[in-house]
Every structure is written in structure tokens, then in C-alpha cells.
Write a protein that binds this ligand. Structure first.
Ligand SMILES: [Zn+2]
Length: 409
């Protein structure tokens, strides 16, 4: 499945219609989850949930506006949440199992193969269900029109901080021509360098969040300042707090108490600016992860990395932000993806002792996190700590691979 994304160009009325669709989709999904929680007939399986959305469309006029396939896709989302919960329980995954929750901030709506029409030039899309979204222009460089329409299995409308987007899921596979390089690479991801490979090359850690942190903090302060959630007009103002003779009764005000007033225009603006900045950081990180992963996959025939449980690592309060900022999971996800496309081996090894053992003689050399150089007292090997770990990872991966080969032959 390939996903092509375009930005949408439409009118405020059309965007409002998309918002309405997103709300309806969320409503239907939550209703299905509720049915499952209450153990009613409707919530038993995907088929019953799907049928339930049709019943809901009869009950609620606003739900009928959304096309029937989009309603089914909402049921699919609900069922997906339930299924994932079951799977986690069956596999006895440690920690929380992800009991399905109600969504309150949905940002997308999915259509299957009906309810929309793509124009042959691939520049415009028209939504034909009762929401009245109408015809939208697609902004992007990808050529969706080169695929037969039958291959487009999903169309997704997404709201982001900087506008509305349309994604097409196309049933097609992509392949990368991989020229064998004869290189096998083990990588050790870290905080000082983004990763160190087994030859000692390093890639810098871009630390996008850290670079934007000051700006994000400022924007966040703006949001807090302009929010009226914490404002209370009945309390004396800071200037009156030290007043010996405070006013007995607060000034009568024509306005309702601040907490009940709708959020102000300036608050909305500040919130938007903040979410845009977050989106910017997210995109920078994504872009970097993809490029680095692609370059890595193209430059070697086998890639080995540690099977990190990032969710456990971020529990360390001193390093959580740095680790999250590095985006290892994102990066390793892309390495796996590109390796799959290029048809090269990509092996995750269990992370035990990779940094403590000596890559030369295999004996254990204890060192704390602050020791950056590996000096082996047994065989005299002196290496960078991370390169030593990368070599261990590569050796472990080759060992695993050897086991697999003897098992299959
Ligand atoms: Zn040694």
C-alpha cells in the first residue's frame, strides 16, 4: 500500500463541511466502542458494528449525511481499537493493554472506494455524499492520476494545524533498486551522535525539538496567558492584593465570569501558532529520519540494530526529552521500511550487554555511561564506545542469521 498526500485548496465552507464529517465519523466510532463496552449485540464483531452505523444513520439525521462507506470505515476504526486491545491481552504485553477509549479530538475521516470522484487529470477531487464538501483542488507534485482508480482503496481527509490534506491509499508496491555494496553494517543509536556504525562513522543528532524549544515555550506561554480557563474576575487583581483597604465587593461586570466566556480570538491565534510550530518540528524530524534511513539502506547489504524498547527508556526523567527528540523509533521504522523495499536483511538484536562486551575478545568490560572509550584489559582493544557496541550488534546479528540459515537448510 502506498500513500500519496496532497494539500487541499477549498473555501471555508468546504473546510467546515470536512470538520462536520470528521465529527460525524468520531461520533459513529465512539458509538461503536460504547456498544462494545456495553456488550450489546451491535458491538460483537466488525460486521455488527458496521450494520450498527446504518441504524445510527437512520436515528440521527446528521449521521446520514456521511456516505455509507465512510460510516463503515468509522466502524472499522472502532473495531481496530477493540482488536488491538484483544491482541495485547492475548500476547500478555507488559504494562497497559490499551483498553479502547472514546475519541474527542479526531482529525481525519476515511472514505473507501465510494463517496468521491477523482478527475482524470488528478488535480481535483469531488466528494459526492450528503456533507456537501464538493469539489476541491489538490496541491502536490505526486501523480495520482497514473494509477487506475480501482487501485485507490482509501481516501482520507485530514485536518492539520496548517490546513486540510487528502491522502490516497493506493494498492501498489514500490521497489528500490539496490546495488549490492558488500557492506554489512551494525548501528548503535545514541544521544551524542544520532547513530554510530560498525566502521566508526557517525551521523549527527539534529535535535530539532531542542532547537525549537525556546520558541515553543514562548508560544506556550502566550497560549496560557490568553486562555481564560484560569482567570477569575471575582479575585482581587495582583495590584490590589497588597491593598490594606480592599474593595469589599468586586466591581459589577456586564460580562459573565471569565471561565464561562468563549475562548477569545487571540487565544485561538496563539493556539494555532503553537500547534504549527509543533507540526514544523514533527516534519523536520520525519524528513531527517527518512533521509538518513534511506542513505543507510542504500549503502549496505545488511543492517543490524538494537531492538530498543523506547517506551521503557523514556521513563528516565533526565533523558526522556532527549530520547524522544532523537526519534529512534521513527528512524528505525523507516530503516525497516526501506530495507523491505530494497530487499536487504534488517535484523533487530536483543539489547543485552552490547555496550559492555568487548567486540574483539567477547569478554565483559564494565563501564558506566560517562566512559566514552572502550579499553579492553584482556586483548588490548581500544575503540570508541559506540563503535564497539555497533560491532557487537553486527556480530550478534550475523550469529542470529547463521542460526536461521542452518535452521532452514
Ligand atoms: Zn577484548
Amino acid at each position: 500500500m502506498l500513500t500519496y498526500e496532497y494539500k487541499l485548496d477549498g473555501t471555508p465552507v468546504q473546510y467546515a463541511a470536512i470538520d462536520e464529517g470528521i465529527r460525524v465519523g468520531q461520533f459513529l466510532r465512539n458509538k461503536c466502542v460504547r456498544a462494545w463496552m456495553d456488550r450489546t449485540e451491535e458491538g460483537k464483531s466488525f460486521a455488527t458494528m458496521s450494520a450498527y452505523t446504518a441504524v445510527l444513520a437512520q436515528q440521527f439525521a446528521f449521521a446520514a449525511k456521511l456516505g455509507s462507506q465512510a460510516r463503515q470505515a468509522s466502524a472499522e476504526r472502532a473495531w481496530h481499537a477493540v482488536q488491538r486491545f484483544y491482541e495485547n491481552c492475548q500476547q500478555q504485553k507488559p504494562g497497559k493493554k490499551g483498553y479502547p477509549r472514546f475519541k474527542h479530538d479526531c482529525r481525519s475521516i476515511e472514505y473507501k472506494v465510494a463517496g468521491w470522484h477523482l478527475e482524470p487529470d488528478g488535480r481535483h477531487i469531488t466528494f459526492t455524499d450528503g456533507l456537501g464538501i464538493g469539489r476541491l483542488r489538490l496541491i502536490g507534485t505526486r501523480a495520482i492520476e497514473t494509477f487506475p482508480v480501482q487501485q485507490i482503496k482509501r481516501v482520507r481527509l485530514i485536518r492539520r494545524a496548517d490546513g486540510y490534506y487528502c491522502q490516497f491509499c493506493v494498492a501498489a508496491t514500490r521497489q528500490i533498486d539496490h546495488v549490492p555494496t558488500g557492506k554489512q553494517t551494525g548501528i548503535d543509536v545514541g544521544l551524542n551522535a544520532f547513530y554510530t556504525d560498525s566502521e566508526g562513522n557517525t551521523v549527527d543528532n539534529p535535535r530539532y525539538y531542542r532547537k525549537s524549544e525556546g520558541k515553543l515555550k514562548r508560544l506556550h506561554r502566550e497560549v496560557s496567558r490568553k486562555s481564560n480557563r484560569h482567570k477569575d474576575t471575582t479575585k482581587p487583581k495582583p495590584s490590589q492584593r497588597g491593598n490594606k483597604y480592599p474593595r469589599q465587593t468586586p466591581m459589577p461586570s456586564a460580562q459573565p465570569p471569565a471561565a464561562q466566556r468563549p475562548p477569545s480570538k487571540n487565544y485561538q491565534k496563539a493556539r494555532k501558532a503553537l500547534s504549527k510550530q509543533h507540526l514544523h518540528v514533527q516534519r523536520q524530524r520525519e524528513d531527517d529520519a527518512r533521509k538518513v534511513a534511506y542513505a543507510l539502506v542504500m549503502s549496505s547489504d545488511l543492517i543490524a540494530f538494537e531492538d530498543l524498547q523506547v517506551s521503557n527508556l523514556v521513563k528516565n526523567p533526565y533523558l526522556a526529552k532527549s530520547i524522544s527528540d532523537a526519534g529512534w523509533s521513527l528512524f528505525l521504522g523507516w530503516v525497516r521500511y526501506y530495507a523491505g523495499l530494497a530487499g536487504i536483511a534488517c535484523i533487530a538484536v536483543p539489547p543485552a550487554y552490547t555496550s559492555q562486551n568487548c567486540s574483539g575478545c567477547g569478554r565483559m568490560v564494565q563501564k558506566s555511561l560517562s566512559v566514552r572509550t572502550h579499553c579492553c584489559p584482556h586483548c588490548g582493544l581500544i575503540l570508541d564506545r559506540d563503535q564497539n557496541a555497533a560491532l557487537n550488534i553486527l556480530q550478534e546479528a550475523l550469529r542470529i542469521l547463521g542460526h536461521r540459515k542452518t535452521a532452514t537448510s
